[in-house]
Design a binder for this molecule. Structure first.
Ligand SMILES: Nc1nc2c(ncn2[C@@H]2O[C@H](COP(=O)(O)OP(=O)(O)O)[C@@H](O)[C@H]2O)c(=O)[nH]1
Ligand SMILES: [Mg+2]
Length: 269
């Protein structure tokens, strides 16, 4: 049994990859979570030119309604923001359109949040128990290692900020995303930093992740931009930490992964 769950899927020219992802999700819900009701998908069409919105609408069924939100502003961060601000559910999450993260992650995330152990549950390819099948280029792998080193200073304790699977208490998500500024691929880092500032407990849990061909991330085109965004996030979080009133959402005890004081979040801490 879950309260209500909306899953945001950012989609930039995903007419080819979206159908199997939504169908996999519908099948997983039917077979592995038959008692869940009221699950909905919100596809955010990020100015696609390949008919993504029509494809998404055609995937809607009474068991798994799919609605489409349009986002003219380019970037995965902008798309996820538009989707999150359109949510109303008690639990909200986002997943990549390629379905790279196995949907078993939904069960883990829901139980962590509904069980009161976390306010934010993020899938990870870097914690014990994760299974990853990657086909990334050497350039992307090297860039990812430097990127992880940089994010560790912004959101200490979180090992994989970039997995395309994250779930939140709905009210918290809407409060966080109302303030977010990063439009590109580094938006997850801003969101996790802001979650800390809200006093939220973040649980990072292992997922099974299979690289799906057709990635929209180009190391050459998006890589430099992603690092530039990290520098900007350092400033944003430092500024936000000056005014943040940290009030734990549910329980007083911080998640063991995140005992780092808020002041240490700043880029130059
Ligand atoms: N590149 C890009 N991706 C976007 C944009 N808006 C939404 N997305 C989505 O962000 C997700 C990125 O996942 P993917 O392309 O698989 O990248 P990867 O998993 O990091 O290699 C997909 O669901 C994209 O459709 C955008 O403006 N640009
Ligand atoms: Mg992918």
């Amino acid at each position: 049994m879950i309260s209500s769950l909306q899953i945001v899927v950012p989609a930039f020219n995903e007419a080819a990859r979206l159908p199997s992802t939504i169908e996999l999700l519908a099948t997983w819900l039917r077979t592995d979570a038959p008692s869940w009701s009221g699950v909905e998908v919100i596809v955010v069409d990020n100015a696609s030119t390949d008919g993504t919105a029509d494809v998404a609408r055609a995937l809607s069924t009474p068991d798994l309604p799919v609605t489409v939100v349009h986002c003219a502003r380019p970037g995965k961060g902008a798309a996820v923001r538009a989707g999150m601000l359109a949510t109303t559910a008690d639990l909200v999450g986002f997943v990549d359109a390629d379905g790279a993260t196995s949907f078993e992650a939904l069960a883990t995330a829901v139980s962590l949040i509904e069980g009161g152990d976390a306010d934010v549950a993020i899938g990870s390819r870097a914690v014990t128990g994760s299974v990853t099948m990657m086909r990334h280029s050497a350039l992307r792998e090297r860039g990812a290692a430097v990127y992880r080193w940089s994010t560790a200073r912004l959101v200490p304790g979180i090992r994989d900020t970039q997995c395309g699977f994250k779930m939140f208490r709905g009210r918290l998500a809407r409060e966080i995303w109302a303030d977010t500024r990063i439009d590109g691929f580094s938006f997850d880092v801003e969101v996790l930093g802001r979650a800390h500032l809200h006093g939220a407990r973040v649980a990072e849990f292992p997922v099974t992740w299979v690289d799906v061909p057709g990635s929209t991330f180009s190391p050459a085109r998006h890589g430099v931009e992603s690092f530039r965004e990290l520098a900007q996030i350092g400033l944003i979080l430092r500024r936000a930490s000056r005014t943040a009133t940290v009030t734990p959402l549910v329980h007083a005890a911080p998640h063991p992964l995140h005992e780092t004081p808020i002041a240490d979040l700043a880029l130059d801490a």
